[in-house]
Design a binder for this molecule. Sequence first.
Ligand SMILES: *Cc1c(COP(=O)(O)O)cnc(C)c1O
Length: 224
Amino acid sequence: MSDIARNIITLREEIPANVRIVAVSKLKSADDILKAYNAGQKIFGENRVQELVRKYNSLPRDIEWHFIGHLQSNKVRQIASFVNMIHSVDSFRLLQVIDREAAKAGRIIDCLLQFYIATEETKYGFSLSEVLEMLESEDFQKLKNIRICGVMGMASFIDDDDQIRREFMYLSECFRRLKDEFFSGDDAFKELSMGMSGDYKIALEEGSTIVRLGSTIFGSRYQG
Ligand SMILES: *Cc1c(COP(=O)(O)O)cnc(C)c1O
């Protein structure tokens, strides 16, 4: 059995069955993806449009593709016909473009609102007040081809578990608040996408429903 297959099986035993695992396959070959696929992994995450389109076209059609990176509005069209979930919606303008391209493709696209929760300034995402303002706006009500399924966030890349936990707790609180105030009757709003290879155990303790794992599955992403 390959290391990749073994990693998938070990993670599936360790992570609760109601939590979905997105195998983050950026920079990984089709061969490596197929090893994970053949071990039962069906959800993969990519952060570059061109790479995602190429992989979508050459890999099995029952793979569920999630987009997890910063998405430029002018590239949405290339993935609108097939992407299963966009985790990284970080502006209202982007959401409007996704809605428009989804309508053209005759689809409703599942989206997560990315929150800025880290201390690093390099990361993307909404603040809570920006999200509240957007959800209250009339323009938001006009969007019919997107479905908001929850929130996503990336904790700081630091060696301080308490700080990481505080960031995840904050995201979890934001999720609760949006659920109560805007989505209480909406069963689709249920996802808390948080946790990567270095911090998914903390994320699970704080209520994560989707973990995004790259190196834990495929090994370091900068090697073959
Ligand atoms: C690369 C990436 C991951 C996975 O990172 P690992 O540390 O390799 O698990 C998860 N989420 C996002 C948004 C990423 O860009």
